[in-house]
Design a binder for this molecule. Structure first.
Ligand SMILES: *Cc1c(COP(=O)(O)O)cnc(C)c1O
Length: 398
C-alpha cells in the first residue's frame, strides 16, 4: 500500500479564545489606533511592547507593521543610509535584502555553511566591507553566536538580528535577538505568533530605541510608550528623525498578547514534531540531516535536509513524487524564484557576485513547514513518505 498524507502545510492553529475575546473588546470600544486611549487607559500595543521586552529581557521594544519593517527601522535607527553596504546572509528570505534595499543601501551577501547558518569564515573575510551585519537566523538555524560576536566585535561590526524564525529560541541560554544591538521579530501567520502581519523590535540602546519609535510613526506621543527610554532621549532626536509610518494597532497587539503568554508551551510542541521528523529521516542514504548543536535552543517550526551534490533533475523528481503523496517540500536550488522561496542570485538589484560554495549548499536545501496542526503520527507518516521517495530516486542513480 502506498501511503499518502492529506493534511495542510499552510494551516495554522486557530487564534486562542482568549485572544479572540481581547480582539472583540478592542473592536467594541473602537480605539484601534495605538495612541487613541481613554483617560487612564494603557493601550494594547504599549502593553504588548512591555511584555515582549520582559520576555526576552530587553530594555526597550517597539511594535510595528511587519518583520521587514522592523529590520528596515533598526537599520535606519543604527544610521544606515543610501549607498552604505550592509552584510547579510546569502541564504535568507527576500524581505531581508529588501529591508536593506528600502534604505537605498546595498546588501553584500555572506555565504551559507553546511549546517545552514552563516559561513563564519566568509563573514570574517568580509567583515571590513560594512559597518552593520543584518544577521538572519534563517529557518531558525542559529550559528555559533559566541564566535560570530567575537568576529563582529573585533571588526567593529554592529549586529542586527532577524529573528523571524527564532522567537522563543536561544543560544547558550541567551534569547535569540539579544546578542546584537537590536533584534527583529515577525508576527506574520507562518511565524511563532500570529496576527496576520506584525513585527517587534527590541534593543537596550536608548538612542536607537528612541529613533525606532519616532521612525515607526509616534508623532510627539512617544510618552505613551512604556518600553521606551526617558523623554530626554527623544529631545535629542525628535527634530531629525522622520516619521515613516509603520505602527502596530491595538487590534493586532490584543491578538498577540495571549499568544506570547503561551509561547513557552508552544515551543516544545514544535520540537516534538521536529524530532519525530528528524528521527524518521536520519540514516537515509543520500539525505543529510542538519545536526543541531547543543547550545542552540531552537524552535522546530520548519525542517530542512540536504540532498547534497544531487543532480537538479533528481531533486525535482523527489519533490514531485513527495507532492504526489501530499507532502509539500520547497527547494532552495531552483534557478527561478517560486512562491516564498528565492535565492541570492534572484535579487538582481543587489548585483551579487556568484558564490560557488554557497551555490552547492543551496542546490541541495529542501525545506518543509511544520505547522502545529500536524500530529506526531502525521510527522512520522511524512518522514516515511520522504524517506521512501528519496530512497527510490537515490537508488535510481543520483
Ligand atoms: C518572514 C520573514 C521575514 C519578514 O517578516 P514579515 O513580517 O513577513 O515582513 C524576515 N526574515 C525571515 C527569515 C522570514 O522568514
Amino acid at each position: 500500500m502506498t501511503e499518502t498524507f492529506t493534511g495542510s502545510f499552510t494551516q495554522q492553529e486557530p487564534i486562542p479564545d482568549e485572544a479572540i475575546e481581547a480582539a472583540l473588546a478592542v473592536m467594541r470600544h473602537g480605539r484601534l489606533h495605538r495612541y487613541n486611549q481613554a483617560p487612564g487607559e494603557i493601550g494594547e500595543a504599549a502593553q504588548l511592547e512591555q511584555e515582549f521586552a520582559a520576555l526576552v529581557g530587553a530594555k526597550y521594544c517597539v511594535a510595528v507593521a511587519s518583520g521587514g519593517y522592523a529590520m528596515a527601522t533598526a537599520l535606519r535607527a543604527a544610521g544606515v543610509g543610501p549607498g552604505d553596504a550592509v552584510l547579510s546572509n546569502a541564504f535568507t528570505l527576500a524581505p531581508v535584502p529588501g529591508a536593506i534595499a528600502s534604505l537605498g543601501a546595498r546588501p553584500v551577501f555572506v555565504g551559507v555553511a553546511e549546517d545552514l547558518t552563516i559561513d563564519l569564515d566568509d563573514l570574517a573575510a568580509k567583515a571590513d566591507q560594512a559597518r552593520v551585519l543584518l544577521l538572519s537566523h534563517m529557518r531558525g538555524h542559529i550559528c555559533d553566536m559566541d564566535r560570530l560576536m567575537a568576529i563582529c566585535d573585533a571588526a567593529g561590526l554592529l549586529v542586527i538580528e532577524d529573528c523571524a524564525h527564532t522567537m522563543g529560541g536561544s543560544w547558550n541560554g541567551v534569547p535569540s535577538g539579544r546578542h546584537g544591538v537590536a533584534g527583529c521579530y515577525s508576527c506574520q501567520t507562518y511565524k511563532h505568533v500570529n496576527s496576520g502581519e506584525g513585527g517587534l523590535l527590541v534593543t537596550d540602546d536608548a538612542e536607537l530605541a528612541a529613533r525606532a519609535i519616532m521612525l515607526s510613526g509616534s508623532y510627539m506621543l512617544y510618552e505613551r510608550h512604556l518600553a521606551a527610554p526617558a523623554p530626554e532621549v527623544f529631545e535629542r532626536i525628535r527634530y531629525e528623525t522622520p516619521n515613516i509610518s509603520g505602527r502596530m494597532d491595538n487590534l493586532r497587539a490584543a491578538i498577540l498578547r495571549p499568544q506570547l503568554r503561551h509561547l513557552d508551551a508552544q515551543v516544545p510542541r514544535w520540537n516534538d514534531r521536529y524530532r519525530v521528523l528528524e528521527d524518521g529521516l536520519r540514516g537515509q542514504p543520500g539525505l543529510t540531516v542538519i545536526e543541531r548543536p547543543a547550545p542552540e535552543g531552537y524552535v522546530g517550526s520548519s525542517i530542512q535536509f540536504l540532498l547534497l551534490d544531487w543532480a537538479a533533475g533528481q531533486v525535482r523528481e523527489v519533490i514531485a513524487r513527495c507532492a504526489a503523496r501530499g507532502v509539500e517540500l520547497k527547494w532552495f536550488g531552483a534557478p527561478e524564484p517560486v512562491a516564498f522561496t528565492s535565492r541570492y542570485d534572484s535579487w538582481r538589484y543587489a548585483e551579487p557576485p556568484r558564490m560557488p560554495d554557497s551555490d552547492r549548499i543551496l542546490a541541495g536545501i529542501v525545506d518543509m513547514r511544520v505547522p502545529l496542526t500536524f500530529s506526531l503520527e502525521d510527522c512520522a507518516l511524512i518522514a516515511r513518505i520522504i524517506r521512501s521517495e528519496v530512497g527510490a530516486v537515490f537508488q535510481g542513480g543520483a
